[in-house]
Design a protein around this ligand. Structure first.
Ligand code: GLA
Length: 420
């Protein structure tokens, strides 16, 4: 009952509207805003006060934030593959594999524990992990000892999407606990807060609590793009924010999310990124061409690259898709500009991301059936009459082309080039 904004009053416990019918990828249940009652009151003094608070937060908090997520965060998250079968031994094994497979050396840094780690609160209200995570501090120390970082998951509502304990009414205690354990990242997932009122103060509240700990934590908002999250997420401290519903391990889910990001590019930049959700590469539901499309598109979108597979047992093909340094360099380019769609002819799309050295990353995508030629006109992407072209998946320089570059692209596939 602690959640009471100065300008907004929202009754607690109206509806818990988002949850899971099973494990990962079984689909969330949404009932938007059912039963929500909101009363806006206007008081000039509190408004002035919030303005002053915001101003001071902007000066101090932002300076700290700007060091975080300067490029889109990269790492591994437990949800897409393990769902609630996550445990400390699983997390340790994935961290070990991140190092031994070379994923760490190409930039995958954050080991993220998603839902289902929570136990009960102690008498003072502090959250304790469940039996699968006997010592969270020891786990964090282990991850840090490998030169990696660690993240955790909660919800602004009373329950997480998996029905575990959320942070509602315990924001400061939870932030303090995460900091004490040594967490470097928090994914804050709307879940049961849906229907309880305006999300903006709820997300700001946890940001304030995180700031108060003095420990820099990447703050990942997960509210599926509701209330046009991309318009306000950065202003409440978000370093990344989900823009849509959960990804599933199939081409149509991935394509709907990835190709659906067009128009959001102006909201992204160093320290604050659109998140079309985590990677499914290696989970088995797509062909290698489709997974290469997934990776290429996410890199052109400057999306967070959070692997969601079992790294311990990944195949050589999965590893090749996840760890190609030239492809990852597109995502991590220091200019930090999210790419956008340049042309579309039915299922054939050309997307371009400008890079710091003046070259352009170009994805030539075929969303249709059967192989088809796709062309990019150099003038359409801000280059002159001719350009040098390098294929990033094959690692081959293809030479200089006049006017356009045209290539046969497999069904659901991509040709990813760098042109200058
Ligand atoms: C939501 C999120 C997922 C995952 C689950 C965990 O569905 O969107 O990414 O965190 O909750 O329950």
């Amino acid at each position: 009952m602690e959640w009471r904004g100065t300008e907004t009053e929202v009754p607690y416990g109206l509806t818990s509207t988002r949850g899971h019918r099973g494990g990962a990828n079984t689909g969330p249940v949404f009932v938007l805003g059912r039963g929500t009652r909101m009363k806006i009151t206007r008081h000039y003094f509190p408004i002035l006060l919030s303005f002053l608070t915001l101003f001071s937060w902007g000066g101090v908090g932002r300076a700290q934030d700007s060091m975080l997520a300067r490029t889109p965060p990269m790492g591994w998250n437990s949800w897409n593959h393990f769902a609630c079968d996550v445990s400390a031994p699983v997390v340790r094994a994935q961290a070990d594999a991140l190092v031994t497979t070379g994923m760490k050396s190409v930039g995958y840094t954050y080991i993220l524990i998603d839902d289902c780690w929570q136990g009960t609160r102690d008498d003072a209200g502090y959250i304790r992990p469940n039996a699968k995570f006997p010592d969270m501090k020891a786990l964090a120390d282990y991850i840090h000892g490998k030169g990696l970082k660690i993240g955790i998951y909660s919800s602004p509502g009373p329950k997480t999407c998996g029905g575990y304990e959320g942070s509602y009414g315990h924001e400061e205690q939870d932030a303090q606990t995460y900091a004490t354990w040594g967490m470097d990242y928090l994914k804050y997932d709307l879940c049961s807060y849906d229907g309880m009122g305006d999300q903006i103060p709820a997300y700001r509240k946890m940001n304030d609590a995180l700031k108060k700990t003095g420990r820099p934590l990447v703050y990942a908002l997960c509210q599926y793009g509701m209330q046009k999250g991309w318009e306000w997420a950065a202003s409440v401290g978000g370093n990344l924010w989900r823009t849509d519903d959960d990804i599933r391990d199939n081409y149509f889910s991935m394509a709907e999310l990835g190709f659906g990001q067009s128009g959001l590019e102006r909201f992204a930049g160093p320290g604050h990124w659109n998140d079309p959700d985590m990677l499914e590469i290696g989970n088995g539901g797509m062909t290698d061409d489709e997974y290469r499309t997934h990776m290429s598109l996410w890199c052109i979108l400057a999306a967070p690259l959070i692997a969601g597979n079992n790294v311990v047992s990944m195949s050589a093909a999965t590893k090749a898709i996840l760890t190609n340094p030239e492809v990852i360099a597109i995502d991590q380019d220091p200019l930090g500009v999210q790419g956008h769609r340049v042309t579309q002819e039915g299922p054939l799309e050309v997307w371009m991301k400008p890079l710091e050295d003046g070259s352009k990353a170009v994805g030539l995508f075929n969303r249709g059936w059967g192989a088809m030629p796709v062309a990019v006109n150099f003038r359409d992407i801000g280059l002159g009459d001719s350009a040098n072209v390098r294929n990033l998946w094959t690692g081959k320089d293809l030479g200089r082309f006049q006017g356009t570059y045209t290539v046969l692209v497999p069904q659901h596939g991509v040709v990813l080039i760098r042109a200058k």
